[in-house]
Design a protein around this ligand. Structure first.
Ligand SMILES: Cc1cc2nc3c(=O)[nH]c(=O)nc-3n(C[C@H](O)[C@H](O)[C@H](O)COP(=O)(O)OP(=O)(O)OC[C@H]3O[C@@H](n4cnc5c(N)ncnc54)[C@H](O)[C@@H]3O)c2cc1C
Length: 188
């Protein structure tokens, strides 16, 4: 949210994930320690790496300059999705199908892995599955949406073209399923 918009709100704006969970406040490191892997940064990336390494019995330390899970990761929209606008057709056209396939598989693998972590640890983070829509209100993008649909379908991502959607926008839509979590609860 930019500064211009903030002036219309009476209270200062805060991330929902931060305001609805308690703060993390781990003590600072006071002595030298020996670990196999030192991870710099306790956001979604660092904590996920630490979790996976720990599962392989690797001795890990996460070194966080401020507070665990309170930086970028605490300000996301909390959707876990392989749908990023019209990205797949763009990747395929610019750098080839193989890299588009890798990008698709990396995204799908991350979704699968996060769900697995939630299930294994019984994390009550309001995980839900919803549809993701890419839409246009002008005819000029219909072809691009069709190209994207063909590309993602060929890459193995489940997607469909619909003309009837549950809110009042245009009629040309690509849907890909995606998922939501409560980020800070998941990270804690
Ligand atoms: C507004 C917004 C919405 C987003 N929405 C989504 C979304 O819906 N879905 C999605 O998948 N992604 C989303 N993203 C992207 C996603 O939030 C980030 O890709 C992800 O959270 C990055 O995690 P991270 O661990 O790399 O970074 P961070 O969460 O920023 O963690 C990095 C940590 O490293 C620490 N650090 C930095 N330097 C040092 C140092 N030298 N020593 C020690 N610690 C250090 C920082 O303090 C910080 O805590 C969104 C991003 C933004 C900004």
């Amino acid at each position: 949210m930019n500064i211009e918009k903030q002036k219309y709100f009476k209270v200062s704006l805060q991330s929902y994930w931060l305001s609805s969970t308690s703060s993390t406040n781990y003590p600072s490191l006071q002595e030298n320690i020996h670990v196999d892997v030192a991870i710099i940064g306790g956001g979604l990336a660092g904590i996920s790496c630490a979790y996976l390494l720990k599962k392989e019995n690797v001795n890990v330390a996460v070194l966080e300059a401020e507070h665990i899970a309170q930086n970028t990761s605490a300000h996301t929209t909390a959707k876990i999705t392989s749908q990023h606008g019209l990205i797949y057709y763009k990747i395929k056209s610019q750098i080839g199908n193989e890299l588009a396939q890798q990008y698709a598989e990396a995204n799908e693998a991350a979704i699968y892995e996060i769900k697995k972590i939630i299930d294994e640890n019984h994390i009550d983070c309001n995980y839900t599955t919803q549809s993701a829509f890419v839409y246009t209100q002008t005819d000029q993008y219909i072809q691009q949406i069709n190209d994207e649909l063909n590309t993602v379908s060929n890459l193995g991502i489940k997607a469909s073209y619909v003309e009837d959607i549950p809110f009042p926008i245009s009629d040309f839509v690509l849907i890909i399923k995606h998922n939501f979590i409560r980020v800070n609860i998941y990270l804690k």
